[in-house]
Every structure is written in structure tokens, then in C-alpha cells.
Write a protein that binds this ligand. Sequence first.
Ligand SMILES: Cc1ncc(COP(=O)(O)O)c(C=O)c1O
Length: 394
Amino acid sequence: MSIDLARARADTPATARLIHLNNAGAGLMPTPVLETVIKHLQLEAEIGGYEAAGVTAARHERVYDSIATLLGCHRDEVALVENATVAWQLAFHSLKLGSGDRILTAEAEYASNYISFLQASRSRGVEVAVVPNDPDGAFDVAALERMIDPRVKLIAVTHVPTNGGLVNPAAAIGKVARAHKIPFLLDACQSAGQLPLDVDAVGCDMLSATGRKYLRGPRGTGFLYVRRSLLEGLEPPFIDLQGARWVAPDRYELRPDARRFENWENYVAGQLGLGAAVDYALGWGLHAIAARVGALADMLRTRLAALPGVGLRDLGRQRCGIVSFTVAGREPRELVPLLRQQHINVSASGPSSTLLDALARRLPDLLRASVHYYNSETEIDRFVQAIAAIARGR
Ligand SMILES: Cc1ncc(COP(=O)(O)O)c(C=O)c1O
């Protein structure tokens, strides 16, 4: 199925007055998602928060089914949490790595993940080693294979980095991880909702994602997938009465499913909205979404590359909807508000979000334009014209 652009844009009213190219920041919520959130908030105001949760309990349960369909996993392997960072950290810290254990990660790893590695290194003597990139700038799977030894207790890789369109070869990494029985944690924050993600095809054991980006869900939502075979042996770093039951004065029992990673108080309206967003994405089909996002991003890259003074900064053989670039003599952080005055939303990505990659490539701040399937070819034209005018100094 291909995307019906007119319907996609009608479901996204802001597209009538805004060129939104900040989908890697937060995608625009489609109307069914917005209505789901508002309806539940209204119900909470009318009858009470707990009472509203009772009314929508069955719908809330279906959010797990929706995410399970999105990822090709079982609903018991899904936990709903506040954002991708919380999901990732819960997974990472439940592994309880100790002195001498090694983590293998990627050059373009996200800052928050790497900060956690440094924390584990400082507090527990965990070692972190970075797998180099291949000549195309993607994670080098052959190098990964060479770096495996008995000390490696985790492979943790960002699927799509925050600073560009690179798609790391997750399935090839998963194959190596499986062959060596090493847990594989995939940060799918930037890929969920723009690329098909099947946890068995990818071969990851844990996956973290956010609701607000390419899935077009509400802010303050995220989820964690944990493979059932790993789940039993994992104790979350903090547990409350949602994740465990207090069964005797000196004893608690963890929930058998991934909800052991959840805590009790939650943004129910947002989680219902997340479920609606996942259903909405599934309605289009992730292959159709990926095809249109990829085609629009390729068009944008080709057009930007032809502009004097504009330098593309994306890496990799496979690239997705995030396009990062620089304009000679112009600071991205100045250009973001300038473009906003023209009703164009983009963002800037600074070196500290992906420090290793930025240092290796001597990257300055980058402008990041991230397209979604509801963007039109006309919007790409108008954006390229705006960048051309900036590059010409007008
Ligand atoms: C690669 C990557 N991982 C994780 C995150 C954190 O996601 P969240 O803000 O939902 O915690 C981001 C956010 O930009 C990201 O780009």
C-alpha cells in the first residue's frame, strides 16, 4: 500500500500552515491520537482519574497488543514507560554488569546511553569499547565479530543516531549477538515509526523507543521490549508495587511479565494516545511509511547537495528520514528560529549528543531536517528554496 498523502495531511491539520521537518524531535500528532488523549483527559476531569482509568482499562490493555504487533513480539514482553531514556536505562541497569564485564557499542551512540556506560565504568569497573564504523560510516559488523570475547556481556547500539540519517545494520548485529549468546539492547528511539521493526528479524533482546517522534504519539510516552527468555533473570533497578507484589513482611515477588519494569502512576491519557498512534502507523503500514519517508529524504538530500555552500553530513549505506547538513558561514542555532519565522520547523543537533562521532568527524552543530510521510514534495521544494536563500546570504 502507498500513502494517501491527501488523507495523511487532512489527519494532520497543522500541515495547512506549517512545514514540519522536526519529526525526529517530535512528530505532529494525527487527529485520532489527539482526540484519544483529549477524550481521556476530559473523562478524568468529569469522573476522576482512577475512575476514568477503570472505564478505559480494556482499551489500555490493548495498547500492549498494538505495540506487540508493531514489534512482532508478545504483549507480555512490553512495558509502558515515560520515554525512551527510562526504557533504555531500566534495561541497562537491570543487567547488573560488574567489574571487567565489557560493553560493545557504536560510534554514533546517543549521549545518555554513553553517559550510563561511563557511570557503570566509574562506579563498577565495567569496560566500554566502541566498535568502529565501516568505510560507509555504519557500524562495522565484521569488527564487532573480531571484538567479541568472553568478557563481552552486552552489545548496545543505537539503530538511528540522533544526528543523521544513518541506519545501523541492526539485524546483522543481532545475528552476531545471537551466535555468541550476548544480550543485544537496541535503542530504536529514532527508528520506531519510520522503519519496520521486528524483534525476531532484528535479533535484539531488549529495545527502547519513544512515542513522540516518528510514531507521532504524545510526549511523555515510551516503551521497553524485553525478550521473554531474558526477562526471568532480570531484576529492574527500582521496583514498586506495580512491578512486584509484597507477599510477606520480608518478601516480594516480581511480576512475571515485562511490566515488572513499570511503575504504578502513569500518564494514562498519553498511553492511550500512544496506542492510537501505533494503530495509526500500523494502519498505513510500516513498509509504506519507510518507503515514502526514504524517498522524500533522498529527494531532500539530492536537492540540498546541489546548493553551493551546503554540506550534507549523513553517513551510511542505508539512510532514513533524518537529513543533517551545514550551511557555510551560518550557525544552525540561528537558522532554526529564522526558519520558524517562515513556518518551517527544523532542529539543530550539537556535538555533545553524539560526542564520539562528532569528535571523529570534527562535526560542528548541524541543522537537522527530518521528514515524515505526511510531508509533501512541495514542502521539500519550499524548504530547499529557503535554505538556498540563506546560503546565498539573503
Ligand atoms: C538515539 C536516541 N536515543 C534516545 C533518545 C531519548 O529519547 P527520549 O527523549 O524519549 O527519552 C533520543 C532522543 O532524541 C535519541 O535520539
